[in-house]
Ligand binder design. Structure first.
Ligand code: TRH
Length: 374
């Protein structure tokens, strides 16, 4: 019997870090699992991808993992067929040979963009872009926070799984034991962040803090703070009110559980940011650094869209902390202010997650777009 499932090719070029592959892998899996699509994910840097997909064999040109075919997008790129739907993730530029072959059998060609809450996104979402030479058009698809955008990545069972984990204290305790009155914080950020100021403020605070740090480039400044040689997963350091635990780099599923279990999550980039929103817990997002302070514009747009109707004092404490964190100029007094505002922010984060989940998610919107494509 031949496989009649619709074929989707997703092309992912890893620029740096884990966000590009993090988003593409999550999307690929969701399309395969929830829509029974035949999904092939082309990835250029298999060793980086392996960090998120430990079962990946970096020597193999093609392999199936979790229902998704992963193909190595090597400099000697070769392909056997054009898919029905082609996703070019984050303007990664498809191979010329593939584009030429698409002209003979045009697929639905989508350029999936980075997430932003900026107002212009609604206008550019679904704009077509005709190919200058060939009878092909690609469509820009912008994830976003409003109905008139491409939505946010969210698996069908994500919020049910979150609610079940948050209602079950034993699930919460699995990674690092919870101490009664301590604030549980997860920390994932770019290493240029104001780490010494943050850790000092936590250490000097009235409230004990258990800070959980998955292994990443952040360990260098954290090691420096403690005067340690090189921190390793399993290490544990204390200073004043602060107790730091170094975790291994977690699977995406375990990372979700960590976010769900914390009172405050520091996240960055794109994918961990979205997961923190779905965790329905207070978070601090550090946007990926861009020249000309574009990342600060992105941050302001997000705060404007996400903060209302949070009451003024809490919104101000949260926004100020975000701005200082993104500009790497955290003031020590911003930490106790944020801690004081956490109960109000907690309620707000829960409401926002519910409100955003009332919209279709990114995969659903992509599938609907393809179904109606002409
Ligand atoms: O790694 P990032 O900084 O990725 C960034 C952004 O995507 C940015 O927009 C892009 O331009 C740049 O890369 C090139 O942050 P992000 O997006 O949060 O991706 C991290 C991924 O790693 C995410 O899928 C969550 C996952 N993760 C784990 O699976 N386990 C872990 O322990 C941690 C800390 C993260």
């Amino acid at each position: 019997m031949t496989d009649k499932r619709q074929r989707w090719d997703i092309f992912c070029r890893i620029i740096d870090n884990y966000g590009d592959i993090g988003v593409c892998w999550r999307l690929a899996r969701q399309l395969a699992h929830e829509y029974s699509l035949d999904v092939r994910l082309w990835v250029d840097a298999l060793p980086v991808a392996q960090r998120l997909l430990p079962a990946l064999d970096t020597q193999r040109a093609e392999q199936v993992l979790d229902g998704v075919t992963i193909a190595h997008w090597s400099p000697e790129f070769q392909f056997d067929r054009i898919a029905d739907v082609v996703i070019e993730a984050f303007a990664c530029e498809l191979p010329e040979s593939y584009i030429n072959a698409m002209a003979a059998q045009p697929p639905v060609w989508i350029n999936l963009e980075y997430l932003s809450a900026e107002a212009w996104v609604e206008e550019f979402h679904l704009q077509p872009s005709p190919h200058p030479r060939l009878a092909l058009k690609k469509t820009f698809f912008f994830p976003g926070f409003t109905e008139n955008t491409g939505g946010l990545l969210r698996e069908r069972h994500l919020l049910d799984d979150r609610d079940a984990a948050q209602a079950d204290p034993s699930a919460r305790l699995r990674m690092v034991p919870r101490s009664a009155d301590a604030l549980r914080v997860s920390l994932f950020a770019y290493p240029q962040a104001s780490i010494p100021t943050l850790l000092t403020a936590m250490a000097n605070g009235d409230r004990p803090v258990v800070c959980l740090i998955p292994e990443s480039s952040l360990l260098a400044p954290v090691s420096q703070f403690f005067g340690a040689d090189k921190l390793q997963p399993g290490d544990h350091y204390s200073h004043g009110s602060l107790s730091v635990h170094i975790l291994p780099f977690l699977s995406q599923a375990e990372y979700d559980q960590l976010l769900w279990s914390c009172d405050l999550n520091f996240v960055r980039g794109e994918d961990s940011w979205i997961r923190a929103i779905w965790a329905a817990r207070p978070f601090i997002w550090q946007p990926y650094f861009q020249s000309e302070d574009t990342h600060l514009v992105k941050l302001e747009a997000f705060l404007q869209c996400y903060l209302p109707p949070l009451e003024r004092d809490a919104a101000d404490a949260w926004a100020t902390f975000h701005q200082q964190w993104a500009q790497r100029q955290l003031a020590a007094g911003s930490w106790p202010r944020l801690v004081q505002a956490l109960p109000a922010i907690q309620q707000h984060a829960r409401q926002q997650s519910q409100a955003l989940a009332a919209q279709d998610d990114l995969a659903a919107k992509l599938v609907i777009f393809v179904r109606n494509f002409q």
